[in-house]
Design a binder for this molecule. Structure first.
Ligand code: 1GP
Length: 227
């Protein structure tokens, strides 16, 4: 999965706490996107995760769980993405909950299915930023987190996360210039063909979330922009 992930250009992120009709889900899964990530910040329940997993499984598209709650982990996904929040002020979000999860689940964990994402959360208004008690990094901080992800931690993914807000393409460009091995994911506020194209110039893979629930046509256009 790590090898495949390196070639991804576009993924849709579905929130298990939100409702999506079968028709819309079919269009998302059959859109040509490279994968579906199931993940959210609040109210992620096992029932919600299982519901999406079983429905996405009707299609061929790879399906990944981005783990945010230990109570909502289930077998059956193609891979498990585990965020470590590099700009959190609390060690808890960098490694402590991960340590706890390894203590509980290490006998069941298949490390070939597990991909660690080095998150840098950039939108102060987002739930994820507040929940993880993150600090807002300046450009030099962000670039250094990216270098740290690749050279220090050797993480497969560096995820520049603006969730809910459209980020700064110039910063995405600067980050990309630092990365050779680590794959750059950009997510946040992509709501159009043009925005998808702009961010994809620099990011290896763009993540599209909220617009799925607000304007399915615009969401589908973001796939066309990167193909
Ligand atoms: C959220 O990065 C993703 O985790 C996508 O952000 O929901 O703003 O598209 P949006």
């Amino acid at each position: 999965m790590i090898a495949e992930m390196k070639n991804w250009r576009h993924v849709f992120k579905l929130d298990p706490a939100k409702v999506i009709e079968d028709g819309a889900l079919e269009r998302i899964c059959e859109s040509g996107t490279d994968a579906i990530i199931v993940g959210g910040t609040d109210n992620v329940t096992l029932d919600g995760v299982l519901d999406l997993l079983s429905r996405v499984r009707r299609y061929l598209v790879p399906c990944v769980l981005e783990v945010s709650s230990m109570e909502a982990i289930t077998p059956g996904f193609d891979a498990y993405f585990i965020p470590t929040v590099l700009n959190s002020k609390e060690k808890k979000w960098v490694m402590d909950i991960h340590h706890e999860a390894i203590k509980r689940f290490r006998h069941f964990m298949n490390w070939n299915e597990i991909v660690i994402e080095g998150y840098c959360i950039m939108n102060e208004q987002s739930k994820a930023f507040k929940k993880t008690n993150s600090h807002l990094p300046n450009d030099e901080d962000v670039v250094s987190y990216a270098v740290m992800a690749e050279k220090f931690f050797r993480l497969p993914i560096f995820y520049l996360e603006y969730s809910g807000a459209y980020g700064d393409p110039e910063l995405v460009k600067k980050v990309k210039e630092q990365l050779n091995e680590t794959t750059l994911f950009y997510g946040g506020g992509i709501r159009s063909y043009e925005q998808a194209k702009e961010m994809k110039q620099y990011a290896d893979c763009i993540v599209v979330g909220n617009v799925i629930y607000e304007d399915i046509g615009a969401a589908l256009d973001t796939v066309l922009a990167v193909k």
